[in-house]
Design a protein around this ligand. Structure first.
Ligand SMILES: Cc1cc2nc3c(=O)[nH]c(=O)nc-3n(C[C@H](O)[C@H](O)[C@H](O)COP(=O)(O)OP(=O)(O)OC[C@H]3O[C@@H](n4cnc5c(N)ncnc54)[C@H](O)[C@@H]3O)c2cc1C
Length: 421
């Protein structure tokens, strides 16, 4: 039998693309490698599934930076409001959190997956599990699809196999080979939204401490700047800068701002030549921090200096910064020299963490890189090189920030592909 459409991979994109194609009356087969569909939906957002962001199409395009242009048609076809409406129509009440992230009100990712599966069932799409594609090529009928179990023919194929992050979920970058064989360019995949590692013990000893608002900058370390004697000394301009919360861990840094900035590190040829510069008080300038310290000292010179710092940053961080600067934690406010004051201001505004790397694909929430966007028609998601071959979701060279942007892109590109296939 020749299927109208075979969809490869039953994640967020594959489920929605298959629903849309089948609802349009196309005989659709959805093939999934795992025993169960939607593994990443279930584990996403700390098992709460952040389905999208409280913004409009323009907000999503902006969040994607230079890749955003590719998403215009997909978002026009299926916007954040459409994502919310789809789930609400399946009985999943949603809520918007202060950060703008949208979750099911139940906080259960399982409800999101159940909604997609229920609509998939009504669409009469056939879902076959534990059946990985092992090959995809052109044939006289359109495409020949070889799986671990069988051989299929289809007039059209939608590839939604995701990237290669969290390979334990089944996403091992399988499609990159087939896509290359079909003539597509693969932008080298690299981990994005992955925790950052360091060997600095003052950082790892702070595991469990959360900083709710920090400005994080990726800079070339002084070690690297000094080593490159041949190059003229340039101002050490940050390679990236983001603001938000982070978490100290036993290996380094995690949490939204660390994950978001990690793509700059994984995209650098020599990540170990980089530092993360932390501004723990981004609301205040250096001058304001210095003036605030002077005011505190003037008000009561007998109090311990560390107490003053513990009011603006967590106590354990204050202790670590004092220790790193070699300052006695029992020092009284009035005993502080100008040099000590400047050292402490520096620690609060410009502490450097040497980068040793990242946790890589194993712990990356998304994959940067993938099928080159310029080879895909963004108004239909059809390959510009192979007629009737469609792509959607993370298999494309698309990676967004934390906040529901990645599911939104997966859903929008999938809906568009399913609408044209
Ligand atoms: C821990 C974690 C938390 C996350 N949290 C969020 C969040 O809250 N909000 C958000 O927007 N994004 C989040 N993401 C990112 C989001 O999960 C992905 O961007 C999204 O799932 C991409 O959808 P996709 O359908 O393109 O790929 P996937 O969801 O990865 O689906 C691909 C599917 O294809 C299958 N497959 C692979 N190879 C084959 C093959 N050869 N044959 C058949 N099937 C195959 C896989 O088994 C998988 O089921 C998170 C990711 C992780 C890892």
């Amino acid at each position: 039998m020749c299927w109208d459409v075979v969809v490869a991979g039953a994640g967020a994109a594959g489920l929605l693309a298959a629903i849309r194609a089948a609802e349009r009356g196309r005989r659709t087969l959805l093939l999934e490698k795992n025993r169960k569909p939607g593994a990443k939906i279930l584990m996403s957002g700390g098992t709460r599934c952040n389905i999208t962001h409280n913004t409009d199409a323009r907000g999503i395009v902006e969040a994607y930076g230079h890749q955003g242009r590719f998403l215009h048609s997909a978002l026009a076809a299926f916007s954040p409001a459409d994502v919310v409406a789809l789930f609400e129509a399946e009985g999943v009440v949603t809520k918007v959190e202060e950060s703008g992230k949208i979750f099911p009100a139940s906080d259960h990712a399982a409800d999101v997956l159940a909604a997609l599966l229920s609509r998939l069932e009504r669409s009469h799409c056939e879902l076959r599990l534990s059946e990985p594609l092992v090959g995809l090529s052109r044939s006289e009928h359109g495409f020949r699809i070889v799986t671990s179990e069988s051989d299929y023919n289809a007039g059209a194929v939608i590839v939604t196999t995701g990237g290669q992050s969290y390979p334990g979920c089944g996403t091992t970058g399988d499609a990159y080979r087939w896509m290359s064989e079909l003539g597509h360019t693969i932008i080298p995949p690299r981990p994005a939204l992955t925790p950052i590692t360091t060997n600095a013990t003052w950082v790892t000893s702070l595991k469990g401490v959360t900083i709710p608002d920090v400005a994080l900058r990726v800079v070339v370390s002084d070690r690297a700047v000094n080593a490159s004697e041949a190059k003229p000394k340039k101002k050490n301009k940050p390679l990236d800068e983001r603001r938000g919360s982070f978490l100290f861990t036993h290996f380094g840094l995690s949490g939204p701002v660390a994950l978001d900035i990690s793509r700059t590190i994984t995209g650098h040829p020599e990540p170990t030549t980089l530092d993360l510069e932390c501004d723990f008080l981004p609301m205040q300038s250096v001058e304001q921090v210095e003036a605030a310290i002077m005011r505190e000292v003037a008000s009561d010179g007998k109090k311990q200096l560390i107490g003053v710092f513990s009011r603006v940053v967590p106590r354990r961080l204050a202790e670590a910064l004092f220790a790193k600067a070699g300052i006695n934690p029992e020092l009284k406010a009035a005993e502080m020299s100008k040099a000590t004051r400047q050292q402490l201001v520096e620690a609060l505004k410009r502490s450097r963490i040497p980068v040793s790397g990242t946790r890589g694909f194993k712990k990356a929430e998304v994959t940067a890189g993938g099928v080159k966007l310029s080879e895909v028609d963004s108004s239909t998601m059809e390959s510009k090189l192979v007629p009737n071959l469609y792509l959607a979701g993370e298999v494309l060279d698309l990676d967004g920030p934390i906040g529901g942007f990645n599911f939104q892109a997966a859903f929008s590109t999938a809906w568009l592909a399913g609408s044209h296939v």
